[in-house]
Design a protein around this ligand. Structure first.
Ligand code: DGY
Length: 318
């Protein structure tokens, strides 16, 4: 029996599958291991199930001599040093597809909640400030017929676009390789260079993955290009936005507001964001539906079993 190490408990469906084939150990159901703990527990493992919050760097990979597969319990895999994995002939897998709709839903939840000031409104009522209907009480932004700019147009960005059609929006997108015309018509979207997208969009959603070209893609000068009433939503990765620049843009009311599911130094959140009313914050719960998390658990288990049996995993990254 091979040894499978999980840095954190995942839904039972995945654990049971793994236990039917291999010896399974789980670090904890409450916290992830730090680097030294990870090395200690994983150094004899044949497979690791990692979370997006586990940084699997070169040192860890080099010290885990038996490792054959790292199955990341996420679609994003910027937490894993892919080069080191390849050099050590370690397969890396992820969990695409099954979390697309959940993450697109949360993108839209944040977009609408920011536009209609839902958290402020909820606090207002709970604080017993609602003393009658007001013509100018808690006015928000119109979404219908407005322009949505989607940065990153993979599965999740495309699912965000589909939802925007119900709001009759003009949809711009930006990605490294533009779609062909037939695909653009299918989604009802138009490619825009980043500058144009920033200038023309009323709503900007970030659905890109984190890599060298997207790190701090949205910084001070990008906020300056946005409309005064723009709303920015990030369900991709925190470091795509320079959080200091975002705080300034929100404080100076250079934009209307922001909805964030991800942060530059997770789980830390910029202290000033916590003080602002024009930002809504969720704890990286883009894929947090029971359905998506169960599917992800099954996916990582099946891919580990495949690799350890010498077969090709379905969701191979490298
Ligand atoms: C992932 O799985 O990479 C996403 O961050 C889900 O929210």
């Amino acid at each position: 029996m091979a040894k499978v190490f999980l840095t954190r408990k995942i839904p039972d469906i995945g654990i049971e599958l793994l236990k039917n084939h291999h010896e399974v150990s789980i670090f904890s159901d409450k916290q992830n291991p730090n680097k030294q703990q990870l090395i200690k527990h994983a150094q004899n493992a044949d497979a690791i199930v990692s979370l997006l919050s586990d940084e699997i760097d070169e040192e860890i990979i080099n010290k885990c001599k038996n490792l054959k597969v790292i199955a990341n319990y996420a679609v994003g895999y910027d937490n894993i040093n892919l080069k080191a994995a390849q050099e050590n002939n370690i397969v890396v897998t992820n969990t695409p597809g099954v979390l697309t709709e959940a993450t697109a839903d949360l993108t839209w939840t944040l977009l609408l909640a920011t536009a209609r000031r839902i958290v402020e409104s909820d606090k207002f009522v709970r604080n017993l400030k609602f003393d009658g209907w007001g013509p100018e009480l808690l006015l928000g932004r119109k979404t219908h017929g407005k322009t949505l700019g989607i940065i990153g147009f993979g599965r999740i960005g495309q699912a965000v676009a589909k939802r925007a059609q119900g709001f009759n929006m003009d949809i711009l997108y930006n990605k490294r390789t533009p779609l062909d015309q037939a695909e653009e018509s299918k989604f009802g979207v138009k490619f825009a260079k980043l500058d144009k997208l920033l200038k023309d969009s009323d709503f900007i959603t970030i659905n890109a993955s984190l890599n060298d070209s997207t790190y701090h893609l949205i910084d001070k000068k990008e906020f300056e290009k946005m409309k005064d009433n723009a709303i920015v939503v990030n369900t991709g990765r925190g470091p795509i936005i320079n959080e200091n620049a975002l705080v300034e843009a929100l404080k100076q009311k250079e934009i209307f507001g922001a909805g964030l599911d991800v942060y530059e130094e997770e789980p830390k959140v910029h202290p000033e964001l916590l003080e602002l009313d024009n930002v809504i914050l969720t704890p990286h719960t883009g894929s947090a539906t029971t359905y998506a998390r169960n599917e992800m658990a099954e996916m990582v288990a099946k891919d580990i079993i495949a690799v350890l049996e010498g077969n090709e995993p379905v969701n191979r990254v490298v």
